[in-house]
Ligand binder design. Structure first.
Ligand code: FE2
Length: 284
């Protein structure tokens, strides 16, 4: 639990990092270098952030050496970090590399983060980070997400015990259609059970996801959602297209979430393009 004396909590979110083995690239980039650049940018400009969440697809193939490449970047961070698995990860190799990760009784990598403002001011938030990785058993080219009964039961408990906290849910796979047919076919497939459950808890305010590699936001089933880009490779704007392996080197990004006393405010920062000197003399 983190206690802060402010009118908002600030969360930094990276998704779809896709670290490959030494020497391997995606769209011409080493994904590890892309994440390192984005993380340095985020830490420099947001030293007041309360928490860092890596929202799955930490690696491209779930290999032990790929998780090992991530480890040095997460050492001595000035803020707590939460790791979530995605469809490109493997839970067993992830836990071998990071044995201190919290797991549930069912062995899933899921965690609750409670953030308290100081009474009588400041919001009280609960962040629920889910593991939507479908497996084991591992099936080749199976990238869809799942929430089995054990995970849904765990989620129910976290919703029930949240009290008056506002709830944000983090999950790698979106539980909704985005209009990219190929990606929609590999969304979180237990979406009906998921929405039936969370709709019983009016404190659930927002869902954060990755997986698509594009900035997308809106509402689904009456609940707001935001999907963040990757730091490395993005989905081209080819709505309606089949397949899920389209990648373009559009600017990478990370998310900045302000959980304020007013609401949930979501920013996406294209860290390569970002500048902090406004154009002067703009007068008409
Ligand atoms: Fe991904």
């Amino acid at each position: 639990m983190t206690t802060v004396n402010r009118m908002h909590h600030k969360i930094l979110a990276f998704t779809d990092i896709h670290i490959k083995s030494e020497g391997e690239k995606i769209v011409g980039y080493d994904p590890l270098e892309r994440f390192e650049t984005g993380l340095k940018h985020a830490l420099k400009h947001h030293p007041d952030a309360d928490h860092l969440i890596l929202m799955g697809d930490l690696t491209h193939n779930g290999r032990p050496d790929q998780f090992e490449r991530l480890k040095p970047l997460l050492k001595n961070l000035p803020l707590p970090v939460t790791l979530m698995p995605g469809n490109h990860d493997r839970r067993d190799t992830m836990l071998e590399a990071f044995p201190d990760l919290e797991t549930t009784d069912s062995g899933h990598v899921m965690q609750v983060i409670d953030l308290d403002g100081q009474a009588p001011f400041g919001p009280k938030d609960r962040l629920i980070c889910l593991d939507t990785l479908d497996g084991p058993p591992w099936r080749d080219y199976h990238h869809a997400g799942a929430l089995c009964e054990a995970r849904l039961n765990w989620l129910k408990t976290q919703l029930e015990t949240a009290g008056d906290r506002r709830i944000s849910i983090f999950m790698h796979h979106p539980p909704l259609h985005t209009g990219f047919n190929g990606m929609d076919a590999i969304r979180m497939m237990d979406h009906e059970a998921f929405y039936t459950l969370i709709k019983q808890y009016p404190n659930v305010t927002h869902i954060f996801a990755g997986h698509i590699h594009r900035t997308i936001s809106g509402t689904a089933n009456g609940i707001g959602f935001t999907i963040f880009k990757s730091p490395t490779h993005q989905m081209p704007m080819m709505l309606g297209t089949d397949g899920y392996a389209h990648s373009v080197p559009e600017p990478g990004a990370y998310g900045i979430i302000l959980l304020s006393d007013e609401g949930v405010i979501v920013h996406s920062e294209d860290f390569d393009e970002a500048t902090r000197h406004a154009v002067q003399g703009y007068d008409d």
